[in-house]
Design a binder for this molecule. Structure first.
Ligand code: FE2
Length: 186
């Protein structure tokens, strides 16, 4: 695979993707998921679609597709597909890797969420100081890892990070080669 290390200076002019519309995961139980995303996270249960066949492929998979809208109009969505084997996660990927990070506005909001999670008996870890963001982490009832984060970058920090990113990637690729067994990823 050819890796693009140096992004083009024209990239900004080619930016055609506006924002996240929705991300979709599987859920175990639609009602439990509605309860969590509306009552714990405060999202809007904005849309539900019931189908016997998958619209894009035509395959027979009876399902309910539910959407939870956020402040910017983007959504987190789920499919309940009750006729399939119970959902599981990739056993080769550590639990902390795949997660959905949702942005909140401030430390105060995060504190209020922590109190709400405490009151509801939802375990969380954090806040974790990542420099440019401050995050707490917990799991939804389906086992999806969530991050609630607010921005805390210093002036110029994100610009420096963007400039440094290609160099870090290059260093990573070179270090990775020394480990040998990852060479077949190239
Ligand atoms: Fe994250």
């Amino acid at each position: 695979m050819k890796v693009l290390v140096q992004a083009s200076d024209d990239r900004a002019n080619e930016m055609i993707v506006r924002k996240l519309h929705h991300v979709a995961y599987r859920c175990r139980d639609a009602s439990e998921t509605v309860d969590f995303y509306t009552n714990v996270l405060g999202l809007k249960f904005s849309h539900a679609v019931r189908n016997d066949n998958v619209p894009s492929t035509g395959e027979f998979y009876p399902h309910l597709h539910i959407f939870f809208e956020m402040d910017d109009g983007s959504s987190v969505a789920f499919f309940e597909t009750p006729n399939e084997a119970p959902m599981s996660f990739d056993p080769n990927t550590p639990q902390w890797v795949q997660h959905l990070a949702l942005e909140i506005d401030s430390k105060e909001t995060q504190l209020a969420f922590r109190e709400r999670l405490d009151a509801m008996g939802v375990d969380y870890i954090g806040p974790t100081d990542h420099g440019f963001v401050q995050s707490i982490y917990f799991f939804d009832p389906n086992g999806h890892r969530l991050e609630l984060t607010y921005r805390s970058q210093q002036p110029g920090e994100l610009e420096r990070a963007e400039q440094e990113a290609p160099r870090l990637l290059e260093k990573w690729l070179s270090d990775r080669k020394q480990w040998g067994e990852q060479d077949d990823l190239d």
